[in-house]
Design a protein around this ligand. Structure first.
Ligand SMILES: NC(=O)c1ccc[n+]([C@@H]2O[C@H](COP(=O)([O-])OP(=O)(O)OC[C@H]3O[C@@H](n4cnc5c(N)ncnc54)[C@H](OP(=O)(O)O)[C@@H]3O)[C@@H](O)[C@H]2O)c1
Length: 282
């Protein structure tokens, strides 16, 4: 999902090489070295991950290989080749117990296998000795070309009269197109900065909402666009009424001050970005 937005966002001047399973498995270090040496990239943007949060609970070893060993392999290759590594991480590295926005340096405490494996990926990059890297933690990602909450709600709203959506988890939706733009903002800012702004960043759309509020907005925009919906009622429920294998952070709003200062950029509010997504998919 994110990789296609990054590809589409790259302006003239970028030669993009898209690598994916099965021909490129980032857990295979010799394959990573072989392919990247052949390409000789200036930048490696890692959008790949084991992203099935609930399946990870019973598939820890594969999740750890992909989310921990994969980024480690990319970091070592980037260091050898003098390339910059951009890596995407997640709000799931935090416990979700804060009530004000998470800063990059806040203590991490993942509550799920997925969160622990993504944290292992971050740590592998930090420990690789690679200097030129950006780790962007993001949350509630949606965009074209992927299975995501927005598409799930639109589908359910066409199939069911009543939706029951969790209202006690608060976060910030993130449109892949905005995240892709943020990646390029950081990459193009770095060579001009007095001291290169490499490191960990938080990025999501501005504002916050519950999944329930997010779903309400999705249904309202789908209606405006003339979608034939069956849904009559959206009910707010509590997390414990919809048990899932992996624990989600209750609160995962990010402070984006570090990104905004480094990139000299503003970030669209989540409702505005959702509207742009609906216009694009119309
Ligand atoms: N989605 C969210 O809500 C969310 C929130 C916060 C952070 N993130 C992070 O954002 C990034 C992008 O997420 P996304 O939703 O765009 O992911 P996605 O659509 O699930 O895409 C992940 C891609 O990684 C590939 N992949 C899996 N294992 C691989 C391996 N060993 N080698 C090479 N490629 C492999 C997958 O291939 P297959 O499809 O063939 O398995 C898939 O194409 C990820 O790092 C994710 O952890 C996502």
């Amino acid at each position: 999902m994110l990789a296609s937005a990054v590809r589409d966002c790259a302006g003239a001047g970028w030669d993009i090489y898209e690598l994916d399973l099965p021909e490129f498995d980032m857990t295979d270090s010799s394959r990573v070295d072989e392919v990247l040496e052949l390409i000789g990239p200036e930048v490696i943007v890692n959008c790949a991950a084991y992203t099935n949060v609930d399946a990870a609970e019973t598939d820890e070893s594969l999740a750890m290989r992909v989310n921990g060993d994969g980024p480690a392999n990319l970091a070592h290759a980037a260091k050898r080749l003098g390339a910059t590594l951009v890596h995407i991480s997640t709000d799931y590295v935090f416990d979700g117990l804060k009530t004000v926005p998470y800063l990059e340096e806040d203590p991490v405490a993942p509550q799920s296998v997925y969160g622990r494996t993504k944290l292992a990926g971050e740590r592998a990059i930090l420990e690789s000795g690679l200097e030129k890297f950006f780790i962007l933690r993001t949350s509630w990602l949606y965009g074209p070309g992927g299975k995501n909450f927005v598409e799930v709600i639109i589908r359910l709203a066409t199939e069911r009269e009543e939706l029951r959506i969790i209202a006690d988890q608060i976060g910030s939706p993130t449109y892949t197109v905005d995240l892709a733009e943020a990646i390029f903002n950081l990459l193009t800012t770095a060579p001009r900065a007095a001291s290169p702004p490499h490191g960990i960043y938080h990025f999501s759309n501005e504002g916050q909402c519950s999944w329930y509020e997010f779903a309400e907005e999705i249904v309202s925009l789908a209606k405006e666009q003339g979608a034939q919906l069956k849904v009559q009622k959206i009910l707010s429920i509590k997390t414990e009424e919809y048990p899932l294998p992996a624990q989600r952070p209750t609160y995962s709003v990010f402070s984006k001050a570090k990104y905004k200062a480094a990139a000299g950029a503003t970030i669209p509010e989540w409702r505005e970005s959702l509207q742009r997504y609906f216009s694009a998919r119309a």
